[in-house]
Design a protein around this ligand. Structure first.
Ligand SMILES: [Zn+2]
Length: 391
């Protein structure tokens, strides 16, 4: 019996081994899986037939007869990814290894409603496919991130506060009917979390990703897997009540929420109050880079508010790493300094002993990377591969 093969003993489990990018011979695969040589050959044939692996001649170390090695074919299919924010969108085509083959960013207001937004996404997908030399039949799935609460199972937004017309809209059906492939949907923070963890910190067991943009939210990796909670609402820290601050009205209807004080929209409002010309989080970042003292002070204080909310979460969840992303993190050290000050000052020593707090490495690409990864991990899951090679 095969030992130590995650995901069973089928072709999908064999593919999981090869996904690390190293080519391996039949003999190596027999040794790694504990399967018989004929069983390994049968699974290799199935994967070759699907073009999920490719053969390559390799000379044996002893200089004897060359043995054929097999490697994962990351170019076998492509994935379409869309990261839809409140005011702008990023669309990409990626290979099965998560590498972006073509991408586009554009201003796209989500409040124009689902059909106009998704029509633009669909047109852009088709243009990008042509740009990187692919056709519709190369596409194996679509991943979409939305800037509001999403029920991941049904792929629909649930009472999104700033997305008129999107509540319950069947995004997977609408895009699926037009593209003929599975469509997975999640909220923007979860896909950013997936992307950053997968591309930059795959070995980290417990990670929190905070998006500090127009709003504030966080994604949770627990035991190397995204934790969505019972209904997909896990990590919604934007509406934690910050006790020490003024009674600021939040868009959720309550007062004193973290987002209402430290979110990009709140900082924009404060800067406009003193007559500065700012429209969004990127303008706030620009002001901090120009050395505007009020902008710097607001961003740093915002960092402290985020940090004080995170301090309790650090005690509760004990992550190894906190990654801060979103527009506001581009303001450099001002935001992170505030976050660090409160977390290290208020969390328990055992929880902060080896805790890292860093800015996102992927930046504004975290979302499309994660949207693609969400699809890749579904399509290449051993059980999915096993089903596709037997039908
Ligand atoms: Zn709120």
């Amino acid at each position: 019996m095969a030992q130590g093969m995650p995901g069973g003993t089928g072709a999908g489990a064999l593919l999981s081994i090869l996904r690390d990018g190293r080519a391996r011979t039949r003999a190596e695969l027999v040794q790694l899986t504990g399967l018989s040589r004929s069983a390994v050959s049968q699974r290799i044939d199935a994967l070759l037939h699907q073009r999920l692996i490719l053969p390559a001649e390799e000379t044996t170390p002893s200089g004897g007869r060359p043995a054929t090695a097999f490697s994962f074919n990351r170019e076998a299919r492509v994935v379409l990814a869309a990261d839809l924010g409140v005011t702008h969108a990023r669309i990409a085509v990626s290979d099965l290894g998560g590498a972006v083959l073509a991408e586009r960013a554009a201003d796209l207001p989500i409040d124009s409603g689902p059909e106009p937004t998704l029509s633009w996404v669909l047109d852009t997908f088709r243009e990008l496919l042509a740009e990187c030399g692919h056709i519709a039949s190369d596409v194996c799935g679509v991943g979409v991130g939305l800037p509001g609460p999403v029920d991941h199972e049904s792929g629909t937004a649930v009472n999104p506060p700033i997305m008129p017309g999107w509540d319950g809209f069947p995004v997977p059906d609408w895009l699926g009917e037009r593209l003929g492939v599975p469509v997975l949907v999640d909220n923007d923070v979860n896909i950013m979390t997936l992307g950053e963890h997968w591309a930059v910190y795959p070995e980290v067991e417990h990670l929190i990703f905070v998006k500090a943009g127009t709003g504030i939210g966080c994604g949770i990796i627990a035991g190397r897997r995204l934790h969505r909670g019972a209904r997909g609402a896990a990590g919604d820290i934007g509406h934690i009540r910050i006790p020490t601050i003024d009674q600021v009205q939040c868009r959720c209807g309550y007062v004193g929420c973290l987002e209402a004080v430290a979110g990009g929209a709140a900082l924009v409002a404060r800067l406009r109050d003193v007559g500065l010309d700012v429209a969004n989080g990127r303008d706030v970042v620009r002001l901090t880079k120009e050395g505007n003292p009020l902008a710097i002070r607001l961003v740093r204080q915002g960092g402290r508010e985020v940090g004080s909310a995170l301090a309790s979460i650090v005690n509760f969840f004990n992550p190894t790493l906190i990654v801060i992303g979103g527009d506001l993190v581009e303001a450099g050290d001002h935001l992170l300094a505030g976050v660090r000050e409160m977390i290290y000052g208020r969390s328990l020593p055992l929880a902060t002993q080896s805790l890292g707090i860093r800015a996102s490495e992927l930046g504004d690409r975290a979302g499309v990377t994660g949207a693609a990864v969400m699809v890749i991990e579904r399509i290449l899951a051993p059980e999915t591969v096993d089903r596709s090679v037997t039908t």
